[in-house]
Design a protein around this ligand. Structure first.
Ligand SMILES: NC(=O)c1ccc[n+]([C@@H]2O[C@H](COP(=O)([O-])OP(=O)(O)OC[C@H]3O[C@@H](n4cnc5c(N)ncnc54)[C@H](OP(=O)(O)O)[C@@H]3O)[C@@H](O)[C@H]2O)c1
Length: 255
């Protein structure tokens, strides 16, 4: 019987490419996101898949996704659905930020909790939480909430990683921390990248390799991993000032 993976945010970008990568490795892939037409299009090219349209910013939809898939005894859970918004903190609409927290933080938290309990019971399974290089930085001026959501993801994932290690568990958990990736992220965030981006295909390939190599933090581009380390070592205020400078280059009106 084929092993099964669930990928959230599979209708576009990194999630779509991770689904393709897992399909290449012989997985049956459950595809989740809001845009059902996109998921069905992807499902047509995969060898064995299932589509579940859901809005993960809603707790009951996260729980429904779990209830509808738990019998499939997943081997891999990829918490990838997420988005960002660029702008000064006081200017971004509160509703947008709360939806971001619901999607980037709460949905990932709920699905990790529910599936991890099953994985631990069976002493098997892999979880890939899609964070960002933003999650390795002390903060992100002009994307304050987005950076904070991703810091939550790296912090949560690291703590669970250590708990699993201490329990001598076979269950694995990783955080994917890429820098800029060429996807629909920018059009949703109303941003442009100030530095060179990598392709979603390359990012997904490195993500899946890192996942099965049981890496805690997966940084697809070496340069970004080093930059994140430097930012962690530098005094916090200097790091924030540098990140703020880089972030201001993402504003579209600066074109
Ligand atoms: N692109 C980058 O530079 C970059 C860098 C680091 C990390 N990341 C992270 O990578 C992940 C994927 O982003 P991406 O770059 O691939 O952007 P993307 O192309 O915009 O894809 C985002 C995916 O998330 C899904 N999604 C958003 N809100 C959702 C909701 N409420 N319910 C269900 N699904 C939802 C979208 O599907 P629907 O709209 O169909 O629901 C879409 O499939 C995100 O967590 C992002 O923060 C991106």
């Amino acid at each position: 019987m084929a092993r099964t993976a669930l990928v959230t945010g599979a209708s576009s970008g990194i999630g779509r490419e991770i689904a393709r990568e897992l399909d290449k490795r012989g997985f049956r892939v459950i595809l989740a996101a809001r845009r059902e037409d996109r998921l069905r299009e992807l499902a047509e090219e995969l060898s064995d898949s299932r589509v579940i349209a859901c809005d993960l910013s809603r707790r009951e939809e996260c729980e429904r996704l779990y209830e509808e898939t738990k019998a499939e005894r997943l081997t891999v859970l990829v918490n990838n659905a997420g988005f960002g918004k660029l702008g000064r903190f006081e200017e971004i609409p509160l509703d947008d930020e709360l939806a971001m927290i619901d999607t980037n933080v709460k949905a990932l938290h709920i699905l990790t909790k529910l599936f991890l309990q099953d994985f631990i019971r069976e002493d098997r399974g892999y979880i890939l939480n899609v964070a960002s290089s933003a999650g390795l930085m002390p903060g992100g001026p002009l994307m304050a909430t987005y950076y904070a959501t991703k810091a939550y993801v790296t912090s949560l994932t690291g703590a669970i990683y250590e708990e699993l290690k201490q329990a001598d568990s076979s269950v694995s958990i990783s955080a994917l921390c890429p820098g800029p990736v060429d996807t629909e992220f920018n059009s949703v965030a109303n941003a442009q990248f100030g530095v060179k981006s990598i392709s979603a295909e390359y990012c997904a390939k490195r993500a899946v390799e890192g996942l099965f190599a049981r890496q805690l933090i997966i940084t697809p581009e070496r340069g970004m991993g080093l930059a994140a380390k430097a930012a962690q070592l530098a005094p916090r205020r200097i790091s924030l000032a540098i990140t703020g400078q880089l972030q201001s280059g993402k504003q579209k009106d600066k074109e």
